[in-house]
Write a protein of this length. Structure first.
Length: 259
């Protein structure tokens, strides 16, 4: 009778091991969360006509935000239950007196799937000159970037650049940050970055067939990849099960000798 009970114990442990072996390949949820807030501040606008330097009546200023949808600014590939939330409707302010800002958010998750994505937020100040004077414009661009990931494996990066439509010298100023869990050790990462590009200065000419319109544009590119990894059982669990099997086997062997 004792031997039968021991055999039942061994069968039970074997079933438990098999069950836990199946559990070890279960996948844990992986998430990413991104946020970017950009703020334009108009420091000054000067009419370059010395006859009336303070006359700004012919210059209109408006601000806008759009989420890019073309192939250059957007890409999304998912498998399984991988999903992304990027609900960022277009937003505009007309006229802008001194400050224009907006926030761009993208997040995603997967448990039994994956996500590979690029989302771009397009922030702009549009200057429309309908008169015959030229203007000198001084603008600052502030930014708050935040990237976070949780679970293995994930990458989440945010890149910022700005430029003007007509002045090629104002191009290529960038900043970036990233959050990663790709080393197999860290289960989460969170990064923030605040900064300010001061005194972006450019001129807008009098209205004609080639002048009168300029845009100070800033792009936020959020690139994310998540692919859940198998979650192994802690080694202590396997040591416990191995020891339990050994004890039961030893007891069975000892009982046989005693008999």
């Amino acid at each position: 009778m004792f031997m039968k009970i021991k055999n039942l114990h061994l069968i039970g442990v074997t079933v438990l091991c098999s069950s836990l072996w199946g559990t070890q390949i279960a996948q844990a949820a992986v998430t990413f969360d991104s946020s970017a807030t950009l703020t334009y501040t108009i420091n000054s606008i000067t009419n370059l006509n010395p006859a009336h330097p303070n006359d700004l009546s012919a210059l209109g200023v408006s601000g806008y935000f759009d989420q890019g949808t073309d192939a250059t600014n957007y890409y999304l590939a998912t498998t399984g239950d991988g999903a992304v939330v990027a609900n960022n409707p277009s937003y505009s302010v007309d006229p802008v007196s001194s400050v224009f800002g907006h926030t761009f958010n993208v997040s995603g998750s997967a448990t039994a799937g994956s996500v590979d994505s690029l989302h771009t937020g397009l922030f702009g100040l549009l200057f429309d000159n309908s008169g015959t004077d030229s203007y000198s414009i001084d603008v600052s661009l502030g930014y708050e970037l935040s990237a976070a990931v949780a679970g293995l494996f994930a990458t989440n990066s945010i890149a910022l650049d700005y430029f003007t439509l007509t002045d090629s010298s104002i191009f290529g100023s960038t900043d970036a940050l990233g959050a990663y869990t790709i080393d197999g050790v860290s289960l989460s990462d969170s990064q923030t970055l605040n900064g300010l590009f001061e005194h972006i200065i450019f001129n807008i000419g009098a209205f004609d067939s080639t002048n009168g319109l300029d845009i100070l544009s800033a792009n936020i590119a959020i690139t994310s990849t998540i692919e859940p990894a198998a979650v192994p059982l802690p080694s202590v669990v396997w040591l416990f099960l191995s020891g339990l099997l050994g004890v039961l086997g030893f007891s069975k062997h000892k009982k046989s000798k005693d008999a």
